[in-house]
Design a protein around this ligand. Structure first.
Ligand SMILES: Cc1cc2nc3c(=O)[nH]c(=O)nc-3n(C[C@H](O)[C@H](O)[C@H](O)COP(=O)(O)O)c2cc1C
Length: 307
């Protein structure tokens, strides 16, 4: 009884804390349930999920590929860029940059590389870059030789750190954009031709393109795309890879296949998208050409991924 009283007092304190932290209007308490339920609860398999406006923004995120042709005001651009700069950065290396693609001819070139016409129509278009170029200049100015065999900024770990940081910055910008009622699509398709992209953007040594991000006011309302059962992506303590786990993937993916196959991509409304397992099998059988391959392209940019 004493334990129950203490837990319920703790629960009340936690609720009060949530209220102070998020603001009373930003979450909803479901009457008579003593549970916090996301406004997008249908997306979540747990009836005690908590919510606020950030969570709602993230749960309602979907890729937007058609934008209203309206220019951005400077304040919004500055805000989105500042938010990206405030993402975490491994070892505080700040080892990423982003190129704003503004010139319509260059946007068109990006859309040719990505083979996606909507890239050329993006009101705001960025290419995020893993960037050890700036840090190389700084290190050299402090007497570190970039020619030496022990030069660290070109190695594989730094390469992956810079990629991670660039993705975190891009994701922060994407979330901020959605929170302002804008829409985005991330553009891996720009990596269809890494040498072409490097040339078009004049990317110097020790830089490598990571992803594009197109942002604008949505001119379409796509459905939310389903996600697989949470149990298939979150594990306790260790990765389950025994026979039972393998069987469980095969069994559970069937229902997910059905829900994915019910989804219509607005890029091709004639038919539902392929079942998830068919999409994976098709991608698994694809060979990537040299223009996509990381090792030769990163080597040309001065990285040493064997180190
Ligand atoms: C790393 C990455 C690269 C992507 N590249 C592209 C792309 O080049 N073109 C595109 O239209 N969508 C691209 N997407 C969007 C995905 O297709 C999309 O996120 C996925 O189908 C799930 O749909 P949703 O974002 O609407 O939930 C990319 C997403 C990620 C995370």
């Amino acid at each position: 009884m004493a334990l129950f009283a203490s837990l319920s007092a703790h629960g009340r304190r936690f609720s009060a804390h949530l209220k102070t932290f998020w603001g009373a209007s930003q979450y909803r308490r479901v009457p008579r349930q003593r549970k916090w339920v996301a406004l997008g609860a249908s997306l979540c398999d747990n009836d005690s999920m908590v919510t606020n406006s950030t969570i709602e923004t993230l749960l309602n995120r979907r890729s937007i590929r058609k934008f209203v042709a309206e220019p951005f005001d400077d304040d919004t651009v500055a805000t989105l860029e500042t938010v990206a700069q405030h993402a975490a950065s491994s070892q505080y290396l700040n080892d990423w940059s982003a190129v704003r693609v503004k010139d319509p001819a260059l946007k068109k070139r990006m859309s040719e590389i990505g083979r996606q016409p909507y890239i050329a129509e993006a009101p705001l278009l960025y290419v995020f870059v893993a960037d050890e170029h700036r840090n190389a200049i700084i290190a050299e100015s402090k007497g570190v030789s970039t020619d030496s065999d022990t030069y660290g900024l070109a190695g594989s770990y730094r390469f992956s750190q810079a990629q991670n940081d660039a993705v975190l910055a891009l994701h922060a910008m994407e979330t901020a954009a959605y929170s302002l009622g804008l829409g985005c699509v991330i553009l891996g398709s720009l990596l269809n031709d890494v040498p072409g992209l490097i040339e078009a953007l004049h990317l110097p040594q020790y830089t490598y393109p990571v992803l594009g991000l197109a942002i604008g006011k949505p001119d379409q309302a796509p459905a939310l795309k389903p996600r697989m059962p949470r149990e298939l992506q979150f594990f306790d303590d260790v990765y389950p890879s025994d026979d039972d786990a393998t069987e469980s993937i095969k069994e559970r993916i069937g229902a997910f296949d059905v829900s994915v196959h019910e989804y219509y991509d607005l890029r091709n409304t004639d038919r539902p998208v392929d079942a998830f397992s068919d999409q994976i099998a098709s991608i698994a059988a694809q060979r990537m050409d040299a223009a996509h391959q990381v090792i030769p392209n990163a080597t040309s940019q001065g990285f040493r991924l064997d180190r």
